[in-house]
Design a protein around this ligand. Structure first.
Ligand code: AMP
Length: 216
């Protein structure tokens, strides 16, 4: 099973992708996480990525395609994948279609999370990530706990793009460039819309129900 998790910044894609990956044994491919790893390396490519990310802009399709192609080639024996934050525009949709066919995979469903702008902003400004394992937490709704988070608390950071200044830009880019691709998946009858404004566990229950119904 190969799933696309879709939604605006702050909708909870990272958190739910971790839940889905763990419970359904799917390999998570988060373009945001991959870009942050490259950024941390402070390579020329990393610096290029940072300049886009910190302004809330999309990174070039060529960089993204390169990352995704490499990963798909490296995980040929892995049965299922969950894409988090990819594809993000129509060009990436077309490229993904080609790559998926080349790797003998098929997109089983697209789960689209959504919430109102105020909720998105609150979540983005409270977000904390673990730079070791990539897990996402929130200081208000889902604080990391030393007992349950194996990496400990030393790797926890705020994201450099989670600022008041970039939020509006990111939400606007989502509305203009990313949201229109939903129609493509709606036409293929694989789109499921989920209200992501509530509690993490309740949202996950709905997601689990959808995925389980596809498995049977
Ligand atoms: P995310 O972790 O998904 O919120 O992504 C953080 C940032 O990484 C975005 O604001 C973009 O700058 C960049 N990014 C992540 N995924 C993509 C993608 N598929 N295409 C272009 N840029 C992306």
């Amino acid at each position: 099973m190969n799933i696309i998790l879709f939604g605006p910044p702050g909708a909870g894609k990272g958190t739910q992708a971790d839940n889905i990956s763990k419970n359904f044994n799917l390999h998570k491919i988060s373009t945001g996480d991959l870009l942050r790893i490259e950024m941390e390396r402070k390579t020329d490519l990393g610096k290029k990525i940072k300049s886009k990310m910190d302004h809330g802009m999309l990174v070039s399709d060529d960089i993204i395609t390169n990352l995704i192609s490499k990963i798909l080639s490296a995980i040929k024996s892995v049965e299922g994948v969950i894409f988090d934050g990819y594809p993000r525009n129509l060009k990436q949709v077309k490229i993904l279609d080609t790559l998926i066919k080349e790797h003998n995979r098929r997109i089983s469903c697209v789960l689209s999370l959504d919430a109102d702008k105020e909720t998105l902003k609150k979540r983005i400004l409270g977000r904390i990530i673990c730079t070791k394992c990539g897990m996402t937490f929130n200081k208000n709704f889902n604080p990391p706990k030393e007992k349950t988070h194996d990496c400990g608390l030393n790797y926890l950071r705020l994201r450099s793009d989670d600022t008041e200044k970039t939020i509006n830009n990111r939400i606007e880019i989502y509305a203009n460039k990313t949201l229109p691709i939903l129609d493509y998946y709606k036409d293929q009858k694989i789109l499921h819309k989920i209200d992501a404004s509530g509690e993490i566990d309740k949202i996950y229950d709905e997601i689990r129900g959808i995925i389980t119904s596809l498995e049977t």
